[in-house]
Design a protein around this ligand. Sequence first.
Ligand code: COA
Length: 403
Amino acid sequence: MLDGMRTPMVDYCGALGHVSPTDLGIKAARAVLQRSGVSPGDVDSVIAGNMAPGDFEQFMLPRHIGLYAGVPVEVPAIMVQRICGTGFELFRQAGEQIQSGAANVALVVGAESMTRNPIAAFEHRTGFKLGAPVGFKDFMWEALKDSAAGIDMIQTAENLAKKYGITREAVDEFASSSFAKAVAARDAGFHAGEIVPVVSEKFELPGYATRGISLGKLTEVAQDTHARPSPVEVLAKLRAVHAGGVQTGGNSAALVDAAAAAVVASGAYVKARGGKPLARVVAAAVVGVPPEIMGIGPAPAIRLLLERCGLRLEQIGRFEINEAQGAQTLAVARELDLDLGKLNVNGGAIAMGHPLAVTGVRLTVTVAREIQRAGMRYGIASACVGGGQGIALLLENPQGGAA
Ligand SMILES: CC(C)(COP(=O)(O)OP(=O)(O)OC[C@H]1O[C@@H](n2cnc3c(N)ncnc32)[C@H](O)[C@@H]1OP(=O)(O)O)[C@@H](O)C(=O)NCCC(=O)NCCS
């Protein structure tokens, strides 16, 4: 991975709520190409991810991101989808393409507008039957349910809380520390190192329609918006999503709009170009787990990854495990007997948000930057996946560092 950048992650219905995910993706893609110094003409594969259709253009999202980022018209683009694991899957696919010789330089981009999740109906193409119910529903709310297991994503975390004996107090304490770490990392300037501020601007493509971003009266959006000091006593007062449960709006992943992009290239390309990459993408692992405890996915995915790479858990300096829900992340930590001091040290999705297809790119870039910052050798980024999967990536600091 030569470099990775993202837009700020902005609470849904906020400043980025009117921006198409395609334009957020173009913004992140242009930024990472510019900062890495990779010419768009060198990119020979565009791999993009997006979950919620943010407008009627979603079919074209990968293609338009590639074209408006300046990638040549001959270069193909594909959409990849593994729900909350999508961002990681982009790197996995880039790695496979590069390893097989199908590509030399891949542009990977995750883009998500949680705000623009449609209010959708699927039965009305043939009309409305008199007296029959009208089927329009909130795509976001409905899509967070798993009809096979008959429960929503928050309930999958409640199942883990019961299974691992995780209390509301423990979840709030974990959430409070996620907020504190995110605020500290923001104030120390760590997050700014991966953020490209979003401004009103036009994206030109000679011979084709001009598109762009309009922020209305705002001149710039430069920071994540969700993180704020959140003492346990404040979080403890919030109402549980499901009566008697441990999950609340304060200790579950925040809903945000964002995009993130990275450039992944072959060793030969990196060598020929000179300079140091951000990280080596060493390996990936994906597993299935029971849908009703989907949140445990990172535990077997990380175990499989370590087994494949011949490494032990103690050799990994940093972990970024997506905080879909507080009880879910704690269950993974307990299952792996993970040192919490190595986990999400710059804050997690509870404090910063979880824009579905973006999260894997964000966490992979963050862990790569963090192992460099801390002078460590290995980092793992991982997430659970609705429907019951887990995915994990191993990153290596090219500067070495202590194992
Ligand atoms: C949990 C969830 C349903 C909550 O949604 P919501 O009700 O819209 O959440 P809100 O952000 O409005 O938070 C609820 C309340 O907590 C408050 N709150 C949230 N975080 C807080 C914090 N850090 N400090 C103080 N108050 C906080 C809000 O202000 C709000 O208060 P209000 O009701 O008085 O306005 C939603 O965030 C969710 O589903 N998250 C998980 C997403 C997910 O599962 N993703 C996929 C994983 S597989």
